[in-house]
Ligand binder design. Structure first.
Ligand SMILES: C[S@@+](CC[C@H](N)C(=O)[O-])C[C@H]1O[C@@H](n2cnc3c(N)ncnc32)[C@H](O)[C@@H]1O
Length: 297
């Protein structure tokens, strides 16, 4: 006996996800059906009248059931797009967010406007997670030598898989460390970070698919959410080369507190702040005060 057609399976999966109050039910159902059948979205349309066998039906049912139970869409799919590339993701890593592309955009803008020379440019990515920042940077800028740090060995394993996938594993050194790599004399031209920045007390109120599935070590920024900024800002000065730049993603309400902390610390020029596409503060850029300017001031 013939099973349901692709068209019917899609309809049924969409209805189940709608009942589970999933906002993009149709989109997610399409992705699950396509994934289960190994088809592209275009193939799904072209083959809408094709009947499914029991095995195929079961695979679709498995994915939809996981989503109904609250598992994040991208973890079920096992990948997420960032900078138009696919990154493997799972519960070991934060799934990369579109806002983080603003950090990458600003970095590329700055690095491409430096006076040209052939010297390697050293970049440190603190809290690399899936490796999205380190990997896209390496792909975009040939001169980069990248060090990617994470405290989680499980996250580093995923980041290395992604680096292999995108063929830049030989240009990125992965280090398991607490924020900074242990080679203290090494200096960088750029330090980039998207650190954990949710205040601990806000974690219980996060949407369930974030709170119950994404690693808390990637979210929890301490009592006011600013622990990592304080540690990175106070230590980055001694890890940057003269003229070096520290760039961090921030939470939308954090810019002023971070600016104030950095100003008390000294060593940095007034930071530039960039907004995301929703108009929210998202990236802060700190240039070191060069020693000459410092002594004059
Ligand atoms: C918000 S996630 C960012 C992941 C990735 N860079 C991105 O933008 O999608 C923060 C990352 O920092 C890592 N992390 C947390 N504490 C750390 C520490 N003390 N030292 C290094 N990495 C840390 C977490 O494991 C997590 O992978």
């Amino acid at each position: 006996m013939n099973g349901p057609r692709i068209r019917d399976a899609l309809q049924f999966a969409t209805q189940r996800l709608k009942n589970a109050r999933i906002a993009s039910a149709r989109l997610e159902a399409t992705a699950f059906v396509a994934e289960s059948l190994g088809l592209t979205h275009t193939d799904l349309i072209l083959q809408a009248e094709t009947s499914l066998d029991a095995h195929q039906e079961e695979r679709i049912n498995d994915l939809v059931t996981r989503r109904e139970k609250g598992e994040p869409f991208f973890y079920i799919l096992g990948r997420r797009e960032f900078w138009s590339l696919d990154f493997k993701v799972g519960p070991q890593v934060l799934s990369p967010r579109p806002e983080t592309e603003i950090l990458l955009e600003q970095f590329l803008h700055i690095v491409r406007n430096r006076p040209a020379d052939d010297e390697p440019i050293r970049l440190l990515d603190i809290g690399t997670g899936s490796g999205c920042i380190a990997i896209c940077s390496a792909l975009e800028v040939e001169q980069l030598q990248v060090t990617a740090v994470d405290i989680s060995t499980e996250a580093l394993r995923i980041a290395m898989e992604n680096a292999n996938l995108h063929k830049v594993a030989d240009r990125i050194r992965f280090v398991c460390a607490d924020l900074f790599p242990p080679y203290e004399r090494e200096r960088f031209h750029f330090i980039l970070s998207n650190p954990p920045y949710i205040a601990s007390e806000d974690i219980p109120g996060l949407p369930a698919d974030i709170r119950d599935y994404e690693p808390h070590g990637a979210l929890d920024g301490g009592c006011d959410g600013l622990d990592f900024y304080r540690k990175i800002i106070s230590n980055a000065k001694s890890r940057l080369l003269a003229g070096g730049v520290l760039m961090m993603e921030i939470g939308e309400t954090q810019a002023e507190a971070i600016r104030q902390f950095a100003s008390e610390q000294g060593g940095y020029q007034t930071p530039d702040i960039y907004k995301d596409y929703a108009g929210k503060d998202r990236v802060m850029v700190f240039n070191l005060i060069n020693p000459q300017a410092q002594s004059v001031g």
